[in-house]
Design a binder for this molecule. Structure first.
Ligand code: UT7
Length: 333
Protein backbone atom coordinates (compact mmCIF):
# COMPACT_ATOMS: atom_id res chain seq x y z
CA UNK A 1 0.00 0.00 0.00
CA UNK A 2 3.04 2.22 0.31
CA UNK A 3 3.02 3.16 -3.37
CA UNK A 4 -0.69 3.89 -3.64
CA UNK A 5 -1.86 7.33 -4.65
CA UNK A 6 -4.08 7.95 -1.67
CA UNK A 7 -4.38 6.21 1.68
CA UNK A 8 -7.84 5.45 3.05
CA UNK A 9 -8.74 6.49 6.58
CA UNK A 10 -11.59 5.71 8.94
CA UNK A 11 -13.46 9.00 9.29
CA UNK A 12 -16.34 7.87 11.54
CA UNK A 13 -17.67 4.88 13.45
CA UNK A 14 -21.13 3.79 14.57
CA UNK A 15 -22.69 0.81 16.29
CA UNK A 16 -26.07 -0.59 17.12
CA UNK A 17 -27.18 -3.50 19.25
CA UNK A 18 -30.79 -4.52 19.90
CA UNK A 19 -32.31 -3.49 23.22
CA UNK A 20 -33.19 -6.94 24.50
CA UNK A 21 -30.54 -8.51 26.77
CA UNK A 22 -30.31 -12.28 27.16
CA UNK A 23 -28.21 -13.10 30.22
CA UNK A 24 -26.45 -16.36 31.07
CA UNK A 25 -28.94 -16.74 33.91
CA UNK A 26 -31.80 -16.50 31.37
CA UNK A 27 -30.13 -19.27 29.33
CA UNK A 28 -29.82 -21.48 32.42
CA UNK A 29 -33.60 -21.72 32.37
CA UNK A 30 -33.82 -23.12 28.84
CA UNK A 31 -30.67 -25.18 28.28
CA UNK A 32 -28.38 -27.35 30.43
CA UNK A 33 -25.73 -24.72 31.19
CA UNK A 34 -24.69 -22.38 34.00
CA UNK A 35 -23.71 -18.76 34.36
CA UNK A 36 -20.53 -19.97 36.02
CA UNK A 37 -19.56 -22.25 33.06
CA UNK A 38 -20.24 -19.58 30.44
CA UNK A 39 -18.38 -16.82 32.32
CA UNK A 40 -15.35 -18.93 33.15
CA UNK A 41 -15.05 -20.69 29.75
CA UNK A 42 -15.90 -17.72 27.49
CA UNK A 43 -16.01 -14.41 29.45
CA UNK A 44 -19.59 -13.80 28.25
CA UNK A 45 -22.13 -12.43 30.75
CA UNK A 46 -24.94 -11.39 28.44
CA UNK A 47 -25.73 -10.84 24.76
CA UNK A 48 -28.25 -8.74 22.82
CA UNK A 49 -30.91 -10.39 20.73
CA UNK A 50 -33.18 -9.01 18.02
CA UNK A 51 -36.90 -8.44 18.40
CA UNK A 52 -39.27 -10.39 16.16
CA UNK A 53 -39.02 -9.05 12.61
CA UNK A 54 -35.69 -7.28 13.23
CA UNK A 55 -33.11 -8.46 10.67
CA UNK A 56 -29.48 -7.85 9.76
CA UNK A 57 -30.26 -4.81 7.58
CA UNK A 58 -32.19 -3.10 10.40
CA UNK A 59 -29.21 -3.29 12.75
CA UNK A 60 -26.85 -2.23 9.98
CA UNK A 61 -28.91 0.81 9.01
CA UNK A 62 -28.86 2.07 12.62
CA UNK A 63 -25.09 1.59 12.91
CA UNK A 64 -24.51 3.36 9.57
CA UNK A 65 -26.90 6.19 10.47
CA UNK A 66 -24.87 6.86 13.62
CA UNK A 67 -21.58 6.87 11.71
CA UNK A 68 -22.97 9.32 9.14
CA UNK A 69 -24.35 11.55 11.90
CA UNK A 70 -20.99 11.63 13.67
CA UNK A 71 -19.27 12.68 10.44
CA UNK A 72 -22.02 15.14 9.51
CA UNK A 73 -22.70 13.44 6.18
CA UNK A 74 -25.93 12.47 4.45
CA UNK A 75 -26.62 8.99 3.08
CA UNK A 76 -26.60 10.56 -0.39
CA UNK A 77 -22.90 11.35 0.12
CA UNK A 78 -22.03 7.62 0.04
CA UNK A 79 -20.49 6.04 -3.07
CA UNK A 80 -20.35 2.42 -1.92
CA UNK A 81 -21.74 0.16 0.83
CA UNK A 82 -19.95 -3.08 1.69
CA UNK A 83 -21.66 -5.39 4.17
CA UNK A 84 -19.83 -8.25 5.86
CA UNK A 85 -22.32 -10.80 7.17
CA UNK A 86 -23.14 -14.49 7.31
CA UNK A 87 -26.73 -13.76 8.30
CA UNK A 88 -28.08 -11.57 5.48
CA UNK A 89 -31.80 -10.77 5.56
CA UNK A 90 -32.09 -13.24 2.66
CA UNK A 91 -29.76 -14.76 0.04
CA UNK A 92 -30.73 -12.08 -2.45
CA UNK A 93 -31.13 -9.22 -2.91
CA UNK A 94 -27.99 -8.39 -0.98
CA UNK A 95 -28.26 -6.78 2.43
CA UNK A 96 -26.24 -3.90 0.98
CA UNK A 97 -29.09 -3.19 -1.46
CA UNK A 98 -31.67 -3.33 1.33
CA UNK A 99 -29.59 -0.90 3.42
CA UNK A 100 -29.03 1.39 0.44
CA UNK A 101 -32.76 1.70 -0.14
CA UNK A 102 -33.74 2.09 3.51
CA UNK A 103 -31.15 4.72 4.38
CA UNK A 104 -31.60 6.57 1.10
CA UNK A 105 -28.07 6.21 -0.26
CA UNK A 106 -29.29 6.86 -3.78
CA UNK A 107 -25.84 7.43 -5.27
CA UNK A 108 -24.21 4.32 -3.80
CA UNK A 109 -23.85 0.80 -5.09
CA UNK A 110 -23.04 -2.08 -2.79
CA UNK A 111 -22.52 -5.75 -2.15
CA UNK A 112 -22.29 -8.33 0.62
CA UNK A 113 -19.13 -10.14 1.54
CA UNK A 114 -18.92 -13.48 3.34
CA UNK A 115 -15.93 -14.22 5.54
CA UNK A 116 -17.67 -14.99 8.84
CA UNK A 117 -15.81 -13.54 11.84
CA UNK A 118 -13.13 -12.06 9.56
CA UNK A 119 -15.76 -10.42 7.38
CA UNK A 120 -15.19 -6.92 8.69
CA UNK A 121 -11.43 -7.06 8.05
CA UNK A 122 -11.94 -8.45 4.56
CA UNK A 123 -14.51 -5.70 3.90
CA UNK A 124 -12.34 -2.94 5.33
CA UNK A 125 -9.42 -4.02 3.17
CA UNK A 126 -11.69 -4.17 0.09
CA UNK A 127 -13.26 -0.78 0.81
CA UNK A 128 -9.87 0.83 1.37
CA UNK A 129 -8.80 -0.19 -2.11
CA UNK A 130 -11.71 1.63 -3.74
CA UNK A 131 -10.46 4.79 -2.00
CA UNK A 132 -6.83 4.14 -2.87
CA UNK A 133 -7.51 3.79 -6.55
CA UNK A 134 -9.25 7.15 -6.42
CA UNK A 135 -12.50 5.89 -7.92
CA UNK A 136 -14.55 6.31 -4.71
CA UNK A 137 -14.46 8.95 -1.98
CA UNK A 138 -16.93 7.75 0.64
CA UNK A 139 -17.27 4.07 1.39
CA UNK A 140 -19.40 2.58 4.18
CA UNK A 141 -18.02 -0.67 5.61
CA UNK A 142 -20.43 -2.56 7.83
CA UNK A 143 -20.12 -5.72 9.89
CA UNK A 144 -23.55 -6.98 10.95
CA UNK A 145 -24.90 -10.32 12.10
CA UNK A 146 -28.04 -11.73 13.64
CA UNK A 147 -26.45 -14.91 14.91
CA UNK A 148 -29.54 -15.85 16.91
CA UNK A 149 -31.27 -16.52 13.57
CA UNK A 150 -28.93 -19.49 12.93
CA UNK A 151 -28.50 -20.90 16.45
CA UNK A 152 -29.94 -24.10 17.81
CA UNK A 153 -31.10 -22.99 21.25
CA UNK A 154 -31.05 -26.61 22.39
CA UNK A 155 -27.32 -26.97 21.64
CA UNK A 156 -25.50 -25.63 24.70
CA UNK A 157 -22.13 -25.88 22.97
CA UNK A 158 -23.03 -23.10 20.51
CA UNK A 159 -26.14 -21.19 21.64
CA UNK A 160 -24.40 -19.54 24.60
CA UNK A 161 -21.58 -18.11 22.48
CA UNK A 162 -23.21 -15.66 20.10
CA UNK A 163 -25.24 -12.44 20.01
CA UNK A 164 -26.68 -9.92 17.53
CA UNK A 165 -25.23 -6.53 16.57
CA UNK A 166 -23.83 -4.22 13.92
CA UNK A 167 -20.92 -1.83 13.55
CA UNK A 168 -20.10 0.56 10.72
CA UNK A 169 -17.19 2.74 9.68
CA UNK A 170 -16.84 5.34 6.96
CA UNK A 171 -13.76 5.33 4.77
CA UNK A 172 -12.53 8.49 3.08
CA UNK A 173 -9.24 9.58 1.49
CA UNK A 174 -6.60 10.52 4.07
CA UNK A 175 -5.40 14.11 4.07
CA UNK A 176 -1.81 14.85 3.07
CA UNK A 177 0.43 13.68 5.92
CA UNK A 178 -2.20 11.36 7.38
CA UNK A 179 -1.53 7.63 7.38
CA UNK A 180 -4.99 6.08 7.91
CA UNK A 181 -5.05 2.41 6.99
CA UNK A 182 -1.42 1.39 6.77
CA UNK A 183 -1.59 -2.26 5.75
CA UNK A 184 -3.80 -5.36 5.71
CA UNK A 185 -2.72 -9.01 5.92
CA UNK A 186 -5.52 -11.45 5.17
CA UNK A 187 -5.48 -15.24 5.00
CA UNK A 188 -7.75 -18.21 4.49
CA UNK A 189 -7.40 -21.98 4.75
CA UNK A 190 -10.36 -23.96 3.47
CA UNK A 191 -9.18 -27.06 5.30
CA UNK A 192 -10.67 -25.47 8.42
CA UNK A 193 -14.15 -25.34 6.93
CA UNK A 194 -15.19 -28.62 8.53
CA UNK A 195 -14.74 -27.24 12.06
CA UNK A 196 -17.21 -24.35 11.86
CA UNK A 197 -20.08 -24.10 9.40
CA UNK A 198 -23.80 -24.01 8.69
CA UNK A 199 -24.32 -26.87 6.23
CA UNK A 200 -27.93 -26.35 5.17
CA UNK A 201 -29.73 -23.87 2.95
CA UNK A 202 -27.17 -23.52 0.18
CA UNK A 203 -27.00 -25.30 -3.16
CA UNK A 204 -25.39 -28.39 -1.61
CA UNK A 205 -28.20 -29.00 0.85
CA UNK A 206 -31.18 -26.86 -0.21
CA UNK A 207 -33.77 -26.29 2.48
CA UNK A 208 -36.10 -29.25 2.92
CA UNK A 209 -38.00 -30.91 5.73
CA UNK A 210 -35.03 -33.23 6.07
CA UNK A 211 -32.40 -30.48 6.41
CA UNK A 212 -34.57 -28.87 9.07
CA UNK A 213 -35.02 -32.16 10.91
CA UNK A 214 -31.24 -32.68 10.83
CA UNK A 215 -30.57 -29.21 12.24
CA UNK A 216 -28.55 -28.23 9.19
CA UNK A 217 -29.63 -24.58 9.25
CA UNK A 218 -27.76 -23.89 12.49
CA UNK A 219 -24.16 -23.22 13.47
CA UNK A 220 -22.06 -26.36 13.91
CA UNK A 221 -18.71 -26.00 15.61
CA UNK A 222 -15.87 -28.13 16.90
CA UNK A 223 -14.99 -25.54 19.51
CA UNK A 224 -11.75 -27.06 20.71
CA UNK A 225 -10.27 -27.18 17.18
CA UNK A 226 -11.29 -23.60 16.39
CA UNK A 227 -9.95 -22.46 19.76
CA UNK A 228 -6.49 -23.88 19.05
CA UNK A 229 -6.18 -22.33 15.57
CA UNK A 230 -7.67 -18.97 16.63
CA UNK A 231 -5.00 -18.09 19.18
CA UNK A 232 -2.10 -18.85 16.88
CA UNK A 233 -3.85 -17.38 13.84
CA UNK A 234 -4.58 -13.98 15.36
CA UNK A 235 -1.34 -13.58 17.29
CA UNK A 236 1.03 -14.71 14.53
CA UNK A 237 -0.47 -12.62 11.75
CA UNK A 238 -0.40 -9.56 14.01
CA UNK A 239 3.27 -10.20 14.82
CA UNK A 240 4.03 -10.58 11.12
CA UNK A 241 2.33 -7.28 10.31
CA UNK A 242 4.08 -5.41 13.13
CA UNK A 243 7.43 -6.80 12.06
CA UNK A 244 6.78 -5.85 8.41
CA UNK A 245 6.41 -2.22 9.43
CA UNK A 246 9.16 -2.27 12.07
CA UNK A 247 6.78 -1.69 14.94
CA UNK A 248 6.63 -3.51 18.27
CA UNK A 249 3.61 -4.12 20.50
CA UNK A 250 4.83 -1.18 22.60
CA UNK A 251 3.96 1.14 19.70
CA UNK A 252 0.31 0.05 19.76
CA UNK A 253 -2.23 2.20 21.61
CA UNK A 254 -5.07 -0.29 21.09
CA UNK A 255 -5.38 -3.89 19.91
CA UNK A 256 -8.87 -4.83 18.72
CA UNK A 257 -9.28 -8.60 18.43
CA UNK A 258 -12.38 -10.46 17.29
CA UNK A 259 -14.48 -11.23 20.37
CA UNK A 260 -15.10 -15.00 20.37
CA UNK A 261 -13.74 -16.06 23.75
CA UNK A 262 -11.91 -14.12 26.47
CA UNK A 263 -9.48 -17.02 26.80
CA UNK A 264 -8.58 -16.74 23.09
CA UNK A 265 -8.15 -12.96 23.45
CA UNK A 266 -5.96 -13.29 26.55
CA UNK A 267 -3.85 -16.10 25.09
CA UNK A 268 -3.35 -14.21 21.80
CA UNK A 269 -2.33 -11.06 23.72
CA UNK A 270 0.09 -13.11 25.80
CA UNK A 271 1.59 -14.75 22.72
CA UNK A 272 2.07 -11.26 21.26
CA UNK A 273 3.58 -9.95 24.51
CA UNK A 274 0.86 -7.33 24.69
CA UNK A 275 -0.40 -5.84 27.96
CA UNK A 276 -4.11 -6.51 28.56
CA UNK A 277 -4.71 -2.80 29.23
CA UNK A 278 -4.20 -2.19 25.50
CA UNK A 279 -6.75 -4.78 24.39
CA UNK A 280 -10.36 -3.86 23.51
CA UNK A 281 -12.74 -6.24 25.29
CA UNK A 282 -16.54 -6.18 25.27
CA UNK A 283 -17.36 -9.87 24.90
CA UNK A 284 -18.88 -9.81 28.40
CA UNK A 285 -21.69 -7.54 27.13
CA UNK A 286 -22.30 -8.65 23.55
CA UNK A 287 -20.82 -12.19 23.17
CA UNK A 288 -19.65 -13.10 19.67
CA UNK A 289 -21.48 -10.97 17.08
CA UNK A 290 -19.36 -12.45 14.23
CA UNK A 291 -18.66 -9.70 11.63
CA UNK A 292 -19.79 -6.99 14.05
CA UNK A 293 -17.39 -7.50 16.96
CA UNK A 294 -14.52 -5.37 15.65
CA UNK A 295 -16.50 -2.35 14.35
CA UNK A 296 -18.52 -2.34 17.59
CA UNK A 297 -15.25 -2.25 19.57
CA UNK A 298 -14.02 0.61 17.36
CA UNK A 299 -17.22 2.61 17.86
CA UNK A 300 -17.02 2.12 21.63
CA UNK A 301 -13.33 3.04 21.69
CA UNK A 302 -14.12 6.26 19.85
CA UNK A 303 -17.13 7.10 22.05
CA UNK A 304 -15.10 6.44 25.22
CA UNK A 305 -12.16 8.45 23.82
CA UNK A 306 -9.99 5.41 24.32
CA UNK A 307 -8.27 6.21 21.02
CA UNK A 308 -7.00 9.61 19.98
CA UNK A 309 -5.59 11.18 16.84
CA UNK A 310 -2.21 9.72 15.99
CA UNK A 311 -2.67 6.43 17.88
CA UNK A 312 -1.48 3.24 16.24
CA UNK A 313 -4.32 0.68 16.26
CA UNK A 314 -4.24 -2.96 15.24
CA UNK A 315 -7.25 -5.15 14.36
CA UNK A 316 -7.17 -8.96 14.31
CA UNK A 317 -9.69 -11.67 13.54
CA UNK A 318 -10.14 -15.39 13.18
CA UNK A 319 -13.23 -17.24 12.00
CA UNK A 320 -14.96 -19.82 9.86
CA UNK A 321 -13.28 -20.72 6.61
CA UNK A 322 -10.82 -20.66 8.23
CA UNK A 323 -10.34 -16.96 7.60
CA UNK A 324 -8.06 -14.65 9.55
CA UNK A 325 -6.19 -11.42 9.27
CA UNK A 326 -4.81 -8.27 10.81
CA UNK A 327 -4.98 -4.60 9.86
CA UNK A 328 -2.68 -1.82 11.06
CA UNK A 329 -3.97 1.74 11.02
CA UNK A 330 -3.30 5.19 12.37
CA UNK A 331 -6.31 6.80 14.08
CA UNK A 332 -6.97 10.15 12.45
CA UNK A 333 -9.98 11.50 14.38
O1 UT7 B 1 -15.95 -16.70 16.20
C1 UT7 B 1 -15.75 -17.83 15.44
C2 UT7 B 1 -14.69 -18.61 16.01
N1 UT7 B 1 -15.13 -19.34 17.14
C3 UT7 B 1 -14.35 -19.45 18.19
O2 UT7 B 1 -13.31 -18.85 18.21
C4 UT7 B 1 -14.78 -20.39 19.30
C5 UT7 B 1 -13.60 -21.21 19.75
N2 UT7 B 1 -13.89 -22.17 20.78
C6 UT7 B 1 -14.22 -21.83 22.05
O3 UT7 B 1 -14.34 -20.69 22.37
C7 UT7 B 1 -14.34 -22.94 23.06
O4 UT7 B 1 -13.84 -24.13 22.53
C8 UT7 B 1 -15.78 -23.16 23.57
C9 UT7 B 1 -16.19 -21.99 24.45
C10 UT7 B 1 -16.71 -23.32 22.41
C11 UT7 B 1 -15.82 -24.43 24.44
O5 UT7 B 1 -14.90 -24.35 25.49
P1 UT7 B 1 -13.94 -25.59 25.79
O6 UT7 B 1 -13.14 -25.22 26.97
O7 UT7 B 1 -13.23 -25.91 24.53
O8 UT7 B 1 -14.98 -26.69 26.21
P2 UT7 B 1 -15.24 -28.10 25.51
O9 UT7 B 1 -15.94 -27.90 24.22
O10 UT7 B 1 -13.97 -28.88 25.55
O11 UT7 B 1 -16.26 -28.72 26.55
C12 UT7 B 1 -15.87 -28.98 27.89
C13 UT7 B 1 -17.08 -29.54 28.61
C14 UT7 B 1 -17.79 -30.65 27.85
O12 UT7 B 1 -18.25 -31.59 28.79
P3 UT7 B 1 -17.44 -32.96 29.04
O13 UT7 B 1 -17.46 -33.66 27.71
O14 UT7 B 1 -16.07 -32.55 29.46
O15 UT7 B 1 -18.25 -33.63 30.09
C15 UT7 B 1 -18.97 -29.96 27.22
O16 UT7 B 1 -20.06 -30.85 27.02
O17 UT7 B 1 -18.06 -28.50 28.78
C16 UT7 B 1 -19.31 -28.96 28.28
N3 UT7 B 1 -20.05 -27.82 27.76
C17 UT7 B 1 -20.87 -27.07 28.52
N4 UT7 B 1 -21.23 -27.13 29.80
C18 UT7 B 1 -22.06 -26.21 30.26
C19 UT7 B 1 -20.03 -27.32 26.50
N5 UT7 B 1 -20.84 -26.25 26.43
C20 UT7 B 1 -21.37 -26.07 27.65
C21 UT7 B 1 -22.26 -25.13 28.20
N6 UT7 B 1 -22.58 -25.23 29.50
N7 UT7 B 1 -22.79 -24.14 27.49
Amino acid sequence: MKNCLRQAKISATGMYVPDHRLSNVDLEKTVDTSDQWIRSRTGIVERRIVANGQACSHLAVEALRRALELRGLAATDLDLIIVATVTPDMFFPSTACLIQERIGATKAWGFDLSAACSGFLYALSTGAQFIQTGTHRRVAVIGADVMTSILDFKDRATCVLFGDGAGAVLLEPAEAGEEGIIDCLLRSDGAGGRYLNMPGGGSLHPASAETVAQNMHCVHQDGAQVFKFAIRGMADISSELLKKWNYSVDDLALYVPHQANIRIIDAAAERLGLDRSKVAINIDRYANTTAATIPICLAEAQADQRVKKGDLVMLASFGAGFTWGSILLRWTM
